[in-house]
Design a binder for this molecule. Structure first.
Ligand SMILES: [Zn+2]
Length: 267
């Protein structure tokens, strides 16, 4: 196990073709698309020509005041848009990513994840839930689901094979105290990790820097070790605002000796 592939989040939508030339597997970020003024049908038209390169979709997360929807319900609405219309089959996408954010959501965290997991099971897709940064240092140690360790433990309780962990390395680095290997490599993390948002960071920031810009190479080694010892294979997505940063991360990962870095697409 642990034969991971690599790809990129194509956040510069106007350069989608360039991303598709450089990376075998692409993530489509609906939050970014919305900021750029694209609605879902427009996004579909834009990505349709790249169906052999698409891997995952980053769902939006509420609030959507106009629609009267909040939090995870916005993610569920996006998920339904792609799954009910047959687009998941047509575009060959079976992995979605989301997160939860507000303290109110965290009080009902397991309940929300259970709802998401039920929808994922109904549609036969995987939803990977992303850990978040905590710039204000409000995490309650390992008890806060913004922490990937805690998130993996919640997934361990729910035990829904359609749910998984999306480890955002930059967000994890952003939380002080997630810098040694013991904290990255737990049984629950190995069991539930299905997807990675790979980026570098400094503590208490959320900069999505290229790999190798901020952290000790040992940390990259810890992530590599976790991926090589994970129960599931998955895709590590270089998640940066710019294509150039994603290319920089790719080059760094190649020199770091990741297995499968130049492998063919998995679909
Ligand atoms: Zn992320």
């Amino acid at each position: 196990m642990g034969s991971w592939k690599f790809g990129a989040s194509a956040k510069e939508f106007e350069r989608f073709e360039e991303y598709a030339r450089q990376f075998d597997l692409l993530e489509v970020d609906l939050e970014k698309a919305e900021k750029l003024g694209f609605d879902l049908p427009a996004v579909v038209e834009m990505i349709r020509p790249f169906e052999n390169r698409l891997y995952s979709i980053h769902l939006r997360y509420g609030p959507d005041k106009e629609a009267g929807l909040d939090g995870i319900d916005v993610s569920l609405r996006d998920l339904e848009f792609f799954c009910q219309s047959g687009l998941t089959d047509e575009l060959r996408i079976s992995t979605f990513v989301t997160h939860t954010d507000s303290p109110r959501e965290y009080r009902e965290f397991e309940h929300h994840l259970a709802r998401l997991g039920a929808a994922a099971a109904q549609y036969g897709v995987t939803v990977a839930v992303e850990n978040l940064s905590d710039r204000k240092n409000k995490t309650n140690g390992y008890m806060d689901p913004r922490n990937p360790r805690k998130l993996a433990e919640v997934l361990d309780v729910l035990r829904n094979p359609h749910l998984g962990l999306c480890l955002d390395t930059g967000h994890a680095i952003g939380n002080a105290g997630l810098t040694d290997s013991l904290q990255w490599d737990t049984d629950a993390m190995r069991r539930w990790i299905r997807h990675v948002h790979y980026n570098d960071n400094v503590i208490r920031e959320d900069k999505h820097l290229p790999l190798g810009e901020a952290t000790n190479p040992l940390l990259i080694g810890n992530v590599k070790y976790l991926l090589e010892n994970s129960v599931h294979d998955g895709v590590a997505i270089f998640e940066h605002k710019k294509l150039d940063f994603a290319l920089q991360s790719m080059a760094y990962a190649q020199t770091a000796g990741y297995r499968g870095i130049a492998a063919a697409p998995i679909k």
